[in-house]
Design a protein around this ligand. Structure first.
Ligand SMILES: [Zn+2]
Length: 72
């Protein structure tokens, strides 16, 4: 892997199943950049209710409201 290259790491499905949005407690869905998301994270988890998008770094979801971006 070249330096600076971003390789998406899939989130463990069992982990994803128990994760909820820290802001509104609704389920999260997996999304990747390229679906209208402009953000320096290759992959993230999106909240279906409040549209916050949380980055996934090295397969670890960063579920912090401060780190989230609200999608348009
Ligand atoms: Zn939410």
């Amino acid at each position: 892997m070249k330096f600076g290259e971003v390789t998406p790491v899939p989130v463990d499905p069992e982990l994803l199943a128990i994760l909820v949005c820290p802001a509104c407690r609704n389920p999260l869905v997996e999304r990747v950049v390229g679906e209208g998301i402009e953000w320096p994270a290759a992959e993230g988890l999106s909240c279906t209710a409040c549209r916050r998008f949380y980055p996934v770094r090295d397969g670890i979801p960063v579920l912090l409201v401060e780190e989230a971006r609200v999608l348009p």
